[in-house]
Design a protein around this ligand. Structure first.
Ligand SMILES: [Zn+2]
Length: 136
């Protein structure tokens, strides 16, 4: 059942995508424990990255698999109103790509961590240590 108007859904989505999600908190906590220091949601940068590590000239995006269309089983498509979702998802993916490209042009390294990749702390840790060249 889908009784929600596009406007209502859009508002809901804005909430869903808001800051301080559980995956984001997991990344922040681990990054901090590795000695990485960062600012959150820097509005002056394209896409307002979730973590900004100026010392490393790097940013981290923590993306929800559903909204940002990770190629994993969580990126399902709701059955109601397929054109709406197709357009919506395509817009999200395009925006992500544009933002990452803009950041790279400005000299930033970009790490995208997917929600499903935050569940194993071990894997997440090795991802971060490799990306930032930290001792394992
Ligand atoms: Zn995923």
């Amino acid at each position: 059942m889908d009784a929600m108007s596009p406007e209502a859904r859009s508002r809901l989505m804005a909430q869903v995508r808001s800051r301080d999600t559980a995956p984001e908190l997991r990344v922040r906590r681990l990054a901090h424990s590795l000695g990485l220091r960062f600012r959150l949601h820097d509005r002056t940068l394209p896409g307002r990255p979730d973590l900004v590590l100026r010392r490393h000239r790097a940013v981290i995006f923590v993306h929800g698999c559903f909204w940002h269309r990770h190629k994993c089983s969580r990126a399902t498509t709701p059955k109601s109103n397929p054109p709406y979702w197709t357009t919506k998802f395509a817009g999200n993916v395009q925006r992500d790509r544009r933002n990452a490209a803009a950041l790279r042009r400005l000299g930033w390294r970009v790490l995208t961590v997917w929600e499903c990749q935050t569940e194993s702390e071990e894997k997440l840790r090795s991802r971060l240590t490799r990306f930032f060249g930290l001792p394992a």
